[in-house]
Design a protein around this ligand. Structure first.
Ligand SMILES: Nc1ncnc2c1ncn2[C@@H]1O[C@H](COP(=O)(O)OP(=O)(O)OP(=O)(O)O)[C@@H](O)[C@H]1O
Ligand SMILES: [Mg+2]
Length: 236
C-alpha cells in the first residue's frame, strides 16, 4: 500500500528534519520500503561544484536509501533565504516540474514516502505559490511539527486553521522540544490546549535530548526515542 506524509512545521528550526528522518528510520527498521524527499532546500553548501543540503543528507542516512541526490532534493539553492528570494539571488526560478517528476519517481519506487517542507506553510516559492500549494499538489496528508514553548498554541492554531481552510488533510501534530524548556506546567497545558482547540491527535511528544542533534546522526538513539515517543498509529 502506498503511503506518505508531508512534514510541515509552525516555523523554521522546529524539528521537521528530525521528525521526517526519525519516522523514516522507524519504517525502515520495520522492513518497509521507505523513501524521503526534501523538494526544495536553501542554504546549501557547495561540495565539488554541487549544492548539497544538510537536511537531505540526514534524511538519506535516516531512511538508508540509495536514491540519487537530485531525486531526494531536486531544487538546491545556495543562499540561506526563503526559496523565492534565494532563487532570485541565483538568477533562477524554482523548477516545479523537476519537483513533481522527482516526487513521482520516488513515490513509484517506495511504499511510503516522507516529504519535508521548508519553513512553514506560507513560505513563498514563486510570486503567488507557497509551500501549502506544493503540499496540496502532492496530495499527501500533513504532519505538523511544533515546538513546546510559550507561543506554540498560537503558531500551531494558525498553521492548522490555514491548512484546513485550504482543504488539506492533517494526520496530526508532533510536539518536538527542539528548545529545552524546563517549565512542565507550560509544556503540559500547551499540549492539552492543542488537543482541545484543534481536535487533532498528538502523534508524538519528543523530548529535548542533545543526542537528537541532526548534525550528528545517531541512529540507535533516534530509533529508541522515536519508538518510545511516537504514537503507533502512524507506523504502518
Ligand atoms: N528534540 C530535540 N532535542 C534536541 N535537539 C533538537 C530536537 N529537535 C530538533 N533539535 C535540533 O534543533 C535543530 C533544528 O531541527 P531541525 O533541523 O530538525 O528543524 P527543521 O524544522 O527541519 O529546520 P529547517 O526549517 O531549517 O529545515 C537541529 O540542530 C536539531 O538537531
Ligand atoms: Mg529541516
Amino acid at each position: 500500500m502506498k503511503r506518505g506524509y508531508f512534514i510541515t512545521g509552525t516555523d523554521t528550526g522546529v524539528g521537521k528534519t528530525l521528525v521526517a528522518g526519525g519516522l523514516a528510520a522507524i519504517y525502515k527498521s520495520r522492513g518497509i520500503n521507505v523513501g524521503v524527499m526534501k523538494p526544495i532546500a536553501t542554504g546549501c553548501k557547495k561540495v565539488q561544484n554541487t549544492l548539497i543540503s544538510d537536511d537531505t543528507i540526514f534524511l538519506k542516512h535516516a531512511a538508508e536509501v540509495n536514491d540519487e541526490y537530485e531525486l531526494i532534493n531536486p531544487v538546491s539553492l545556495e543562499q540561506p533565504l526563503a526559496p523565492i528570494i534565494a532563487a532570485r539571488m541565483s538568477n533562477t526560478k524554482i523548477d516545479l516540474e523537476k519537483v513533481h517528476s522527482a516526487f513521482d519517481t520516488l513515490f513509484e519506487r517506495h511504499d511510503a514516502l516522507f516529504v519535508e517542507g521548508i519553513g512553514g506553510l506560507l513560505v513563498p516559492i514563486d510570486e503567488y505559490y507557497f509551500i501549502i500549494d506544493m503540499a496540496n499538489e502532492l496530495e499527501l496528508p500533513l504532519i505538523v511539527v511544533c515546538r513546546n514553548i510559550l507561543g506554540t498554541i498560537n503558531h500551531t492554531l494558525l498553521t492548522v486553521s490555514y491548512a484546513r481552510q485550504h482543504g488539506l488533510d492533517i494526520k496530526g501534530i508532533i510536539v518536538n522540544e527542539s528548545i529545552e524548556t524546563p517549565d512542565d506546567t507550560l509544556k503540559k497545558t500547551n499540549i492539552d490546549e492543542l488537543k482541545r482547540l484543534t481536535d487533532l491527535p498528538i502523534l508524538g511528544i519528543i523530548p529535548f535530548d542533545k543526542r537528537l542533534d541532526t548534525r550528528n546522526f545517531n541512529k540507535e538513539v533516534v530509533l529508541k526515542i522515536f519508538r518510545d515517543k511516537i504514537n503507533k498509529d502512524i507506523i504502518i
